[in-house]
Design a protein around this ligand. Sequence first.
Ligand code: SAM
Length: 300
Amino acid sequence: MQGTTEKNIPRTQPASSLKAGLYIVATPIGNLKDITARALDTIKAADVIACEDTRVTAKLLNAFMIKKPMMAYHEHNGAQQRPKIEQLIQDGKAVALVSDAGTPLISDPGFKLVEDFSNKGIYITTLPGPSAAIAALTLAGLPTNRFLFLGFSPNKSKARQDWFAAEVKTEATLVFYESARRLKDSLSDAHAVLGNRRAAVCREISKRFEEVVRGDISDLLTKYEELGNPKGEVVVVIEAARPAKDLREATLNADALLEKALTHMSVKSAAAFVSDVTGVKKKELYSKAVEWAKTNRTEQ
Ligand code: SAM
């Protein structure tokens, strides 16, 4: 292992070429070559690397033949480590913050460090680079002009449904991190709460088995019900809610279409058909269809 750990951060090492402060450094989410030239220069020049897991970061350092002192900074030791990092910076050191992969602070540690240090006037800069959420948006084939990043979905179905319910009317593409093990359950909750919107499952981005599965949520569900949950790392992207105005229009159109459909189809089929065509909720259409049938279908 090339990296060294917190215990051997040399107190007397020569000052680095970097100004004292905190450097937020994005690292690859897949292919190591995605690292930026500036990220490498900064990691090489920093005095210390604060990282989530020293074993993971040691692999990155080894790949680029960098030998650098490391200290662990993660959600369980943040309170103890922040004063140490602050002291290093007050002593004139440049501290690079990295996470296991991607951009620190984005569903990864670092926010409290930045909040605390910015309040204290400590120099902070960022070295932008890969982030799975942004990479997934570029692949999903859904509008990117307005999006909402939701972090990780909750573990339990009820909490997840409530979490989706809060975004039912959000007119922005939804992006979230999902565990591959929960993908089917999560898509099923999304389908139940958000309806059958377009979506994309972006998996193993920038890795050997990169895969993007696009379609309506029901198509994706069918696929994963057949094949089982996939392996690897996953980002889910879901189409925005329709603007309220469009939805009002769609509802008006849906009502007219439903009446037409009911002259040829059963209540259930008409509701399902019109829901597919207009995106209006099937349950809502079904109730209307039942009412319509009560007054218009004498045979029932
Ligand atoms: N800070 C990181 C970033 O900026 O991408 C994200 C860290 S979060 C702890 C890890 C989650 O990001 C994974 O569970 C997965 O949902 C997503 N992720 C990370 N790398 C990925 C990849 N190569 N392909 C797809 N999703 C990825």
